[in-house]
Design a protein around this ligand. Sequence first.
Ligand code: B3K
Ligand code: ZN
Length: 859
Amino acid sequence: PPVIRREDYLPPAWLVPEVALDFRLGLDATKVVAKLSVARNPAGSGASTLRLNGDQIAPLAVRVDGLDVNDWRLDGSDLLVELNGEAHAVEVETALNPAANSQLMGLYASNGMLCTQCEAEGFRRITFFPDRPDVLSTYTVRMSGEKAQFPILLANGNCTASGEGEDGTHWAEWHDPWPKPSYLFALVAGDLVANHAEFTTMGGRKVDLNIWVRPGDEDRTQHAMDSLVNSMKWDEEAFGREYDLDLFNIVAVSDFNMGAMENKGLNVFNTRYVLADPETATDGDYDAVEGVIGHEYFHNWSGNRVTCRDWFQLSLKEGFTVLRDQLFSADMGSEAVKRIEDVRVLRIAQFPEDSGPLAHPIRPDSFQEISNFYTATIYNKGAEVIRMMRTMAGLERFRQGTDLYFERHDGEAATCEDFVKAIEDGARLDLTQFRLWYSQAGTPQVAAEMAHNGTQTVLKLTQTVPATPGQPEKQAMPIPLRVALFDRDTGTHSGEQLIVLDKDSQTFTFDGFTQPPVLSINRGFSAPVAIEFERDSADLVFLAAHDDDPFARYEAMQGLVVQHLVAAVSGKLDDAARAEGRAAIGEAYGSVIADPALDDLMRGELMILPAETYLAEQLPVSDPGAIHAEREALKAWLGRELAAPLKALHDRAVAVAYSREAAARGARKIKTQALVLIACSDPAEGARRAFAQYQAADNMTDRQGALMVLASLDAPERETALADFHDRYEGNALVIDKWFSLQAGALNPKVLEHIAALAQHPDFTMTNPNRVRALYMAAAANPKAFHDASGEGYRMIGDLIRRLDPINAQTAARFVPSLGRWRRIEPVRAAMMRAELERIAALPELSRDVREQVSKSLG
Ligand code: B3K
Ligand code: ZN
């Protein structure tokens, strides 16, 4: 497949200032007439050929300035039309079968309704068009269809006219005044009901808000609506951004490749990020709804008003919008907890990507299939990179930078360079060297050494940016590190400093300590780097108890466990060292459980042990079996050692009544965490408590937590609870997804058998991405299933990719990276993982999506 390169960018030869689309809707036959007013781009090549991209469609008729033409040509799937003048009207007809569209890109059917997904290149599956984000057009959309089947007809912008047609049909016309790229086009037709609200913007504009769902689901939309209103208000206050249409529609669909899509004025959402009530959604689900509603809304400015010049600039909108949604969620809840969660996601999802065969800079230089680049690197590392600019500039100057960015580039298709330049000018920062963060992949490793002499403390920092595919040599990058030095006796520090490491190696001197201070570094995770600093457990126990930066406190807890488990799996622990390491962890854990100054949400964060994938990242090559065994052994030890305080914690949390308040959410979080550890050390007691929690539950957080614990146990309560859960929620797709996920993610000895049986369950289907992910993403992330020594887990994921690829290539490709990590895994398993990739690569028919990921993973 051809490689597309960033450096080959050329402006479009033709622009399309206006588009009129006419849809005659049918589930298995939809007719589309597209009228494009095209004009030569003064900044273009001057070519007379108009190139209109297409994918799996055929031109039924082509007209230029009202006349049928037949001198058009096809180049691959693109339609080429020769044009002589400066401006023309080009009309193309296409016919689609939405019901047969299992890829869920373009126009497709879901549960009897029709909807679209165009980003990145789905619009070309609807009609022929210059399907690239730097072609901005004003859209007018007319659609007609059976009124009974599609009572609600929606598109971008405002509804300008509607009426009844013949034979039970009706029609609607929509107009979006804001020029937009084709990837932001959307249309929805179906039997939908709305939760309606109103929002008045800071400029006094009244906006109608609708959240459209299938009849029966409307009672579960209030949290999404509250989140939308909060997002609109927050963006005005935090970024000065006001909404710009009189209408904002959100539609929930159950078949969706991703989380949601920011189409102008008509966001389309995966139901899982819209529907929530206490009975069916966990606290985590509530947070995810708030975060994604915010994210898509914030795209209205960072993405829609200012869009991307080309797909290499994807992080321009995604990195920035993720940062915006992170700041929003932090403001709505606990800033400290949100920061810890965001760093955990980065470490679990992005660090392994950055150290593997698919590593790429946040602004990639090339791709084969853009859908493969909606990655944790573009999104989450992209957010971290912008967050660093914010940290260096300070909040006020950063805001001046973003104001300048929006002002300068409103209505444009911009580049990452435009963004950096605007921050540079607006925030008055020199970002010359900082631009390396956009071009270099790989997680910088920062080694720290401390020396103390008299009253002087010298901190020596050395950075290395690891080699990544195509980038063997790296340059030093500016790394902003928030640091504080603690006095051991007083347990305090005299102020935090921001130091910027911008050379390979640098020393920083601090004065005034009569004894060696305790270093707290990368506080708040001010830079997305890995810090290597050998230190005594005593120092980590000290920071875990005393650090006033909540992230640093969490980090000290993590550090204690990481040091211990890495030493354990590397065979570096004798019995005495193991006992000593556990004692330090037990002590820190014990104080976290007991500390009255901690709220339970934060306590819950501090109790989370480092993930196995993060532990694996610490080693050049690791044995997942050994990591799993050591981590489980530590959990069981903690459960035994802290049995009494954990049971007391569980009892205390059980007594807290359900509410959405922070205190009650915190209680639910630690409730299940305590339960997990109790079950690890005493399965019978764990099963008893879990079953009681399950039966008493009046909310999904408690019910799911209890069921998760039971699913991992070999106890009679397991089957009873699983059967009850299925009966209770039969027909509720999102909750049945949980039922699949919990079993596939369980640390049960028979988990592979269970997964095989679930794949045959009547509720399982390969055509619904949520269901596929519920079963197989959970399986691929479950060390006990995926890394089973037999290699059966690898075979299961390999088989899935082969079977899913022809149905839904985008979703299939998402499973490749788990197998792609083989180089970092011990040789016996690595060979089996590699063999699965080779089996896939040998297939004659593979999507571009899977082909790219597999060949990069093998190469
Ligand atoms: N912009 C969409 C992503 C669509 C990707 C399609 N392959 C969701 C988001 O980031 O908001
Ligand atoms: Zn986004």
